[in-house]
Ligand binder design. Structure first.
Ligand SMILES: C[S@@+](CC[C@H](N)C(=O)[O-])C[C@H]1O[C@@H](n2cnc3c(N)ncnc32)[C@H](O)[C@@H]1O
Length: 356
């Protein structure tokens, strides 16, 4: 995209989320609405979130992963703060949440309800802080390198004009073993530049969406060697005028998990290692989901590739598993490491993507 347009696009996005949209029901597609079933503990927390915050939720996925007690979390493009407040409850009083957004109207709603949520969740003081700023220039916000356990974002990266900068800074701000867990909109091919000039298509999170394979390569270049798909669903564009303008492009909402871990390999390699989930993560006594292809049943020993082993042993999940295998002997490519399109619609089609 032409760099000269960057400030203009940011102004349009600010206008869209600050003035044009008043509530989630003003959206013209279902791109920014989460439909997936929430876990019970998240539903219970959502019931405690202030109505004004919920009314201005424009997310497209679910970004509340497991094992968060005491975590320090950054939310990129936090909007009116719904995910920040859900995370505030999950991390508890020892955790911290920092939300960053560039639209003052969104932040005003978020900030208004800090004390309300601290009271609801039984925290002496709020563990949530909101910063006005541009997620493409996180270096200007005084955040320390390697200072976050988790970074989340919900339907925002598509709106950034410099997506490489967002991913590179997320990598820098995560501690080793930390995770960028975020939902966004992706396209099945590169979106023609002309559509990026349309403020509605852009504001609705469609025209700025990355082609999924460009995203995977950009994430890898930023240091996230093995992006994992967690969840995905097609986006339905119902407005006939928008459908016509989009000319056959297909969009998906997807949540990805990107771990900052040294030594992750480009493919899933077999070192004969196994893991066993201990059933100890809060709210997950029976099974723990790492990503779409890795659901660990409590007490069941399973063989995993070297990358998956690292994602568990060197992250916040470390104490919740038993491990075996030193990883000093290589047995070749991990069995069943298929290469599939990252979205359900293309599951049977051979292509690049996350594996095992
Ligand atoms: C689709 S809304 C999602 C808001 C929030 N994550 C939620 O789930 O409700 C997009 C948000 O991203 C913010 N945003 C877009 N581009 C941004 C940027 N470059 N820097 C900071 N915030 C940005 C907008 O101001 C808006 O609040």
């Amino acid at each position: 995209m032409d760099a000269k347009l960057e400030p203009e696009i940011h102004l349009e996005v600010q206008r869209y989320y600050g003035e044009t949209l008043e509530t989630s029901s003003d959206l013209k597609t279902n791109a920014c609405c989460t439909e997936s079933e929430l876990p019970e503990h998240v539903k219970a927390a959502l019931a405690e979130v202030h109505d004004e915050v919920k009314a201005r939720y424009y997310g497209c996925g679910f970004v509340i992963p497991e094992a968060l007690a005491g975590a320090r979390i950054l939310d990129l493009g936090c909007g009116a703060g719904q995910d920040c407040y859900l995370l505030s409850k999950m991390v508890g009083p020892r955790g911290r949440i920092v939300g960053v957004d560039m639209t003052p109207e969104q932040l005003a709603v978020a900030r208004r309800h800090r004390e309300y949520h601290a009271d609801k969740f039984g925290h002496d003081t709020s563990n949530v802080e909101f910063i006005e700023g541009n997620i493409e220039h996180l270096e200007n916000l005084g955040l320390d390198d390697a200072s976050f356990d988790l970074i989340v974002s919900n339907c925002v990266v598509n709106l950034a004009t410099d997506k490489e900068a967002v991913l590179e800074n997320a990598y820098r701000l995560l501690r080793p073993g930390g995770e960028f867990h975020f939902a966004d909109i992706y396209a099945d091919r590169r979106v023609p530049s002309v559509l990026k000039q349309d403020p509605v298509l852009y504001g609705e999170c469609l025209a700025g969406a990355m082609y999924w394979n460009d995203f995977l390569n950009t994430a890898k270049s930023a240091g996230f060697a093995d992006p994992r798909l967690v969840d995905d669903r097609p986006v339905t564009v119902t407005d006939p005028a928008l459908v016509e303008r989009l000319g056959g492009l297909v969009f998906y909402s997807a949540t990805y998990s990107l771990f900052r871990l040294a030594g992750l390999e480009p493919a899933c390699e077999d070192y004969g290692q196994t893991v066993e989930y201990r059933g100890t993560v809060d709210y997950c006594p029976e099974r723990l989901v790492l990503d779409k292809h890795h659901v660990f049943e409590t007490g069941k020993q399973v063989r995993v590739c070297g990358n998956t082993y690292k994602m568990l042993a060197e992250s916040r999940f470390s104490a919740h598993f038993r491990y075996s295998g030193e990883g000093d002997r290589h047995y070749g490519i991990f069995p069943g490491c298929g290469h599939t399109l990252p979205f359900a619609a293309g599951e049977a089609v051979e292509s690049g993507g996350s594996c095992c």
